[in-house]
Design a protein around this ligand. Sequence first.
Ligand code: FES
Length: 140
Amino acid sequence: MAWQLEEAITYYGKQGAPGDQSALIALLGEIQQENGGGIPVAAVEETAKAYGVKESLLLALIKRVPRLRLADTHCLEICCGPNCGRKTELAEVAQRLCGSKVTVKQMPCMRLCGKGPNIKWDGKLYHQADETLLRRLLKD
Ligand code: FES
């Protein structure tokens, strides 16, 4: 039987979504898995409508949870740990440079402090990141 968004919404509704954020996050993860690794904006809209919540709530969850991402967007994870965060203002630069096609997530220490500042672009780790690297990644 093919996966259906409506059925998933009903199932996770019985698990406590949208009030229980862990159920909502599990639903978003399943939507992402069933859609090739990205959550379609249409699915966000349908889920928000079905649960009677604002789309901004779901988008905020997608932004907050590292493994979630919108479809057709890049994911930029910036280490904002005590060492990387002090070396650069990458998070601010990224917010300025990145449009709606990039989900920017501020992450805790990636445990590679000696090679920082560290970022991940679509899951690939980059060391000694700076504004030049961000511009190159956005251009490619
Ligand atoms: S603070 Fe960035 S890797 Fe530790």
